[in-house]
Design a protein. Structure first.
Length: 397
């Protein structure tokens, strides 16, 4: 056997070994089967004269207090308060709205100055505040108490309570440790029945997924579905019932997932395709090819394929990510979205918050038709801090 053949064989063996190692290390086997089945489905093509609506939702695991000093924390908030309006005011969707950012603020890191800074952005019409929570080695009673305490603190700024007379609690949730329903072990959660606790405290949907390449990633991907609590079992949201037009809700909590795919255009070592989990970061900016891949996963309410949900995530308070979210990369992302899906015939672009996206999903589930813009406030009205900066110290339940 020649040296060339031996070398080629050695390279092939090494390649296979590296591939297997990557698959195991990044838990790809959890969801790969679901992904491959989805890729075999016929691609959606709109009929002549039909419009395709792109619902773009950016959810931010916003943690400004993860800094060495109070001065650094203040600088982070000042950067967002000053720079985000300048960026957003340069862009509009098909409804004339600027980009809508959803800041999922950590409940266990409450800071009056930070929450009031974000509320200023909300009052300016640039997005909304939702609830993020890190917890571990927890028990159900303590988790519920933590959630209710965070809601009370946030409500002082008009967040997580609607403008109804009763000041009703409503919130979207992201698990801070990527461990929803104890899916990553007790050190990252500890509560198997997290779904009903979230539901009972006012949560309308979870926005944690995808979590790949973490072991907490679900088998069900690129979907909008209701998860069912399975008493005593962790990771009960691993599968569920698709949200479908004309079908009654069945389950404990809606799971709104973002795109998850294999990015064959972006390869490690130039060989192994990378995981595309729709997270924007300094090391993975939002390029046109990524945006097209997000859209092509075609996340939608079953029976409404003309409304494509593109929910992407970021950690916007991290210093290393500031430029990619407030500078030129973000500006280019919004410009591309607008050129492709606002200005191109046959498309309409909608920048939505997490709450607005949920409302539009529920309207589709109820069988309502027409422009999604009509349903931004369909079930859950705007939060109090949209139009009223007065602080609220109590919540009537």
């Amino acid at each position: 056997m020649s040296m060339v053949v031996l070398l080629a064989s050695a390279i092939a063996v090494i390649g296979v070994w590296v591939l297997i190692s990557e698959v195991r290390k990044k838990y790809v086997t959890i969801w790969l089967g679901s992904y491959l089945r989805q890729q075999l489905r016929p691609r959606y093509v709109a009929l002549p004269g039909e419009r395709t609506h792109i619902l773009f939702c950016l959810v931010d695991h916003f943690e400004p207090l993860a800094g060495p000093t109070k001065a650094v924390e203040r600088q982070r908030m000042e950067a967002w308060a000053e720079r985000y309006p300048r960026l957003a005011q340069c862009h509009t969707d098909s409804d004339g709205r600027p980009p809508q950012h959803t800041w999922f603020y950590p409940g266990e890191q409450y800071d009056e100055e930070c929450l009031e800074g974000l509320s200023g952005l909300v009052r300016g019409g640039f997005g909304e505040i939702e609830l993020h929570l890190h917890h571990g080695y927890d028990i159900p009673e303590r988790l519920e108490a933590r959630l209710r305490h965070a809601i009370t603190q946030f409500s002082k700024h008009g967040a997580l309570i609607t403008d109804e007379d009763a000041l009703k609690v409503a919130y979207a949730f992201i698990h801070g440790n990527l461990g929803l329903n104890n899916s990553r072990g007790v050190e990252s959660c500890g509560v198997n029945n997290e779904l009903p606790i979230l539901r009972d405290t006012g949560c309308y949907a979870d926005f944690s997924m995808p979590t790949a390449p973490c072991e907490s990633q679900t088998r069900k991907i690129n979907s909008i579905y209701y998860a069912h609590d399975k008493p005593g079992q962790p990771k009960s949201h691993d599968d569920g019932t698709d949200v479908e037009v004309g079908k009654k809700p069945e389950g404990d909590l809606m799971i709104i997932q973002g795109p998850l795919a294999i990015n064959r255009a972006n390869r490690r070592y130039g060989i192994i395709p990378r995981i595309e989990n729709a997270e924007i970061s300094c090391s993975n900016p939002p390029t046109p090819s990524r945006i097209r891949l997000w859209v092509s996963q075609h996340i939608h309410v079953k029976g409404r394929p003309d409304r494509i949900i593109v929910k992407v995530s970021c950690h916007g308070a991290e210093d290393r990510n500031r430029e990619v979210l407030l500078g030129e990369p973000a500006d280019q992302m919004y410009s591309y979205l607008e050129a492709e899906y606002r200005d191109r015939p046959g498309y309409r672009l909608h920048y939505v918050t997490a709450r607005q996206l949920y409302n539009i999903i529920k309207a589709a589930e109820s069988g309502l038709t027409g422009d999604p813009n009509l349903y931004r406030d369909y079930l859950i009205p705007q939060y109090r801090n949209h139009a009223d900066p007065i602080l609220h110290s109590t919540i009537r339940r």
